[in-house]
Design a protein around this ligand. Structure first.
Ligand code: BMA
Length: 320
């Protein structure tokens, strides 16, 4: 595997995670049509990396685009959005597509995203090569967002995290997990984790949503980065935390951050089309080197990275 993008902890930093000195790694105008590029997903692919990027155009129409990189930092994003063919169903209408995640399961890469079908719900598609994409049935009824697939099956069933929501800027939201034998029919919906009491952990007291594809940490469980939101007098503020789920039973939370891992503080997180947003959608990891690099959208405008030591993050989650 290619080395993941990495920088050691800066001198004097005691935080569990730190920002890349290259942030933002993708600027808002990185393709000719774009107003903003953010909330995007990357995975190891071939000799390098591939990704699916949320690029809102200058009409502020939301769509998803494929991209490629040799080093995970410098990206060539296609100038045309992904064009889907029919997958496990006939083509489904889609008014908009945003906030993609990419999960490799077996021989293919599955894309999940927020799909506009009479309101937001979870779209699903797959690709083998990031050139041809096959769209499948939507996972759920509207309204839902933040659909994230596990990279493994449980008793032969696929598992997906999601966040039932409303048609607008949802003022509530907990994370659920659902199962499917075939990526088409979803059920056995279980509530996984809820917002926290304001007095205990206010940054995640309004709504939470799954972020990165869960990473299996041997002997610990599934590590998943998620976002948490507090409603302030200036609107929503999005921060990042993480959770460890049971390796064999992804309906079980073992440990969860009460203190955040990363919250809006850098200029590109505080200023942009939507200020005060840190929104994780992907993570690259290297277990041997004890490294994880999270990709997050900043201020609904640009793409950024944050690094951390997996073992330290696990300890931090357990202790905080
Ligand atoms: C959510 C989604 C995200 C966005 C966030 C902050 O509801 O629309 O795409 O990053 O709000 O604006």
């Amino acid at each position: 595997m290619k080395a993941i993008p990495w920088e050691d902890r800066p001198a004097g930093c005691n935080d569990p995670m730190w920002r890349s000195s290259l942030n933002p790694i993708i600027g808002r105008y990185s393709i000719p049509s774009s107003n903003s590029i953010f909330n995007s997903a990357v995975v190891p692919f071939g000799d390098g990396f591939a990704g699916v990027f949320r690029c809102d155009n200058k009409r502020v129409q939301m769509n998803i685009f494929a991209g490629f990189s040799d080093d995970g930092v410098n990206w060539r994003i296609n100038h045309e959005p992904i064009k889907f063919q029919a997958g496990n169903t006939e083509m489904i209408e889609s008014d908009y597509k945003y906030d993609p995640r990419v999960t490799k399961i077996g021989d293919r890469y599955w894309i999940t995203w927020c799909n506009g079908y009479h309101g937001p719900t979870i779209g699903i598609a797959y690709t083998y090569d990031f050139k041809e994409f096959f769209q499948c049935e939507n996972a759920f009824l509207p309204f839902n967002r933040n659909g994230v697939l596990f990279p493994a099956q449980f008793n032969g069933r696929y598992a997906m995290l999601s966040r039932p929501s409303d048609n607008g800027h949802t003022p509530f939201g907990d994370i659920y997990v659902s199962f499917s034998p075939d990526m088409k029919y979803w059920g056995e919906h279980r509530c996984l984790m809820k917002v926290t009491p304001f007095e205990e952990s206010a940054w995640q007291c309004t709504k939470i949503g799954a972020g990165s594809v869960p990473i299996l940490i041997p002997g610990e469980g599934w590590l998943m980065f998620y976002h948490g939101v507090i409603n302030t007098c200036n609107g929503f503020r999005y921060s990042m935390g993480a959770v460890i789920l049971d390796e064999n039973d992804p309906t079980k939370v073992l440990h969860r951050t009460m203190a955040y891992l990363l919250a809006p503080a850098a200029p590109y997180e505080l200023a942009g089309d939507v200020p005060d947003v840190v929104f994780p959608c992907a993570a690259l990891h290297d277990l041997e080197k004890d490294q994880v690099t999270v990709y997050y959208g900043a201020a609904d405008t640009v793409v950024c990275m944050a690094h951390g030591r997996i073992s330290e993050i696990i300890d931090y989650i357990k202790n905080n």
